[in-house]
Ligand binder design. Structure first.
Ligand SMILES: *Cc1c(COP(=O)(O)O)cnc(C)c1O
Length: 435
């Protein structure tokens, strides 16, 4: 990008993001499609001028902004006056009553990204930012290495923005995730291997083709989109930070960026500082970060994933080290749950709150329950549980564990007989009922 376009900024306001910087050693880089420091090999992150942000935003200007993640544009690494806005963000923060009561919590909130736009997962946040930045950097083809939801988001938002799109997924994904990508008509590469193998292939492709990989060469910009999960919760709680958050961990990026989001709101005077505990959720069949946490290690040993929670099945998590650090320094926990507990978590959230989440959300709810039972969440704490994806995309996971409709004749007496029998049966036995 030339300096000329760099200074053409929104509403005449000065740019708030200034350079890329390595997370270790603080080596500075220009604002290009770069993601690893050549000297320290640590990841690059976007750096901001917080005085400039403080001068531009207040609670009032944010509240008067768009009803999407772009109300926080001063905190995001884009220059465009018209960022790609498909209504991403500002999803409901629901005060829980029935789940809270079931778990014995008094102040539980559910951040519901199962209804995020346009593709019903939190990934729409990171992709809206990444593709806006990709366009600014002159990319015409965008791509990603995905566990499913990212492919959905990249394909949909690329379609909206008129960008060419080629996505890479493991070949064993759930049908809903594959269809939910194909419908936007990108090129889809289904790789015979797990996510970590897909990712390695994409790194090679990225070196050869001049494509914008949202979670590889655009990763510093992409990952900033997750901060909006922190911003929104703080704003929706009435410009206050919660006491405790519980979020899922795949690469660990989302979790670390919620933390960064809270810190930035403190730094710019939008909320008062407060100790927030960060707890993380993994599936036992892919729990490299939870294992390191439990064993007191500060390095993450890669694993081979084997779980129904495919969307968070990253065996070699890029931000695992940073997630561990945050869990420890905030006095949080990182827990894992079995596939059976994940299914129970999905059903528990559906039956108590009317929210149908996917396996990642089931994992997070099950970990929340486990932490409460272990006394690791105070019932009085304002706790926010992050639900990051939609259950309609992972129907396979629950298919065998739910009831069946009662098939009846179109006659009142058939209905009455069925109703009578259903009342005498446990709901789970419905599948045996033949009316
Ligand atoms: C990708 C994903 C996550 C976790 O993302 P990371 O930032 O890689 O930790 C959580 N939930 C869902 C539904 C996802 O698709």
């Amino acid at each position: 990008m030339t300096q000329a376009t760099q200074t053409q900024t929104t509403q005449g306001l000065a740019p708030t993001f200034t350079h890329l910087v390595s997370k270790e050693g603080g080596v500075k880089y220009p604002l290009k499609a770069l993601h690893v420091c050549e000297e320290t090999f640590s990841p690059l992150e976007v750096a901001y001028d917080y005085d400039a942000i403080r001068a531009q935003v207040s609670r009032e200007t944010i509240e008067a902004g768009p009803n999407s993640i772009w109300r926080y544009k001063a905190f995001l690494p884009v220059n465009s006056e018209n960022p790609i806005d498909v209504g991403t963000g500002m999803t409901p923060l629901v005060k829980s009553t029935r789940l809270a009561r079931r778990l014995g919590l008094k102040n539980l909130y559910i951040k519901n990204d199962a209804v995020n736009m346009p593709t019903l997962s939190f990934k729409d946040r990171v992709v809206s930012v990444a593709l806006t930045r990709a366009r600014e950097l002159g990319f015409t083809t965008v791509s990603c290495a995905s566990t499913g939801n990212l492919a959905n988001s990249t394909a949909a938002i690329a379609a909206h923005a008129g960008l060419d799109c080629c996505v890479f997924i493991p070949s064993d994904l759930e049908a809903g995730k594959v269809l939910g990508t194909l419908i936007y008509n990108p090129t889809v590469m289904a790789v015979k291997g797990n996510y970590d193998q897909v990712n390695r292939l994409c790194c090679e492709v990225g070196n050869t083709y001049g494509w914008g990989f949202v979670n590889i060469n655009l990763r510093p910009y992409y990952s900033e989109g997750s901060k909006t999960l922190g911003f929104e919760v703080a704003e929706q709680l009435g410009w206050k930070l919660p006491d405790h958050v519980v979020a899922p961990l795949a690469s660990g990026s989302l979790y670390t960026k919620i933390y960064k989001g809270f810190q930035e709101f403190v730094k710019t005077g939008l909320v008062e500082d407060k100790a927030v505990r960060f707890s993380g959720a993994q599936a036992e069949g892919c729990s490299p970060i939870a294992s390191a946490f439990k064993e007191g290690r500060d390095f993450v040993t890669p694993v081979k994933p084997n779980t129904i929670a495919k969307s968070i099945a990253i065996g070699n998590p890029a931000d695992g080290y940073y997630a561990l650090d945050i869990a420890r320094k905030t006095n949080g926990n990182i827990e894992s749950v079995t596939d059976a507990e994940i299914v129970e978590g999905i059903k528990l959230l559906a039956e108590t709150e009317g929210i149908f989440t996917e396996t990642a959300g089931g994992t997070t709810v099950a970990v929340l329950k486990k932490l409460v039972e272990a006394g690791k969440i105070d019932p009085e704490e304002t706790t926010v549980v992050y639900i990051t994806g939609n259950g309609l995309k992972t129907q396979e996971a629950v298919q065998e564990y739910i009831g069946q409709p009662l098939t009846i004749e179109p006659k009142l007496d058939s209905f009455e007989r069925a109703l009578e029998r259903s009342r005498t049966l446990d709901r789970l036995d419905w599948q045996q009922v033949l009316v």
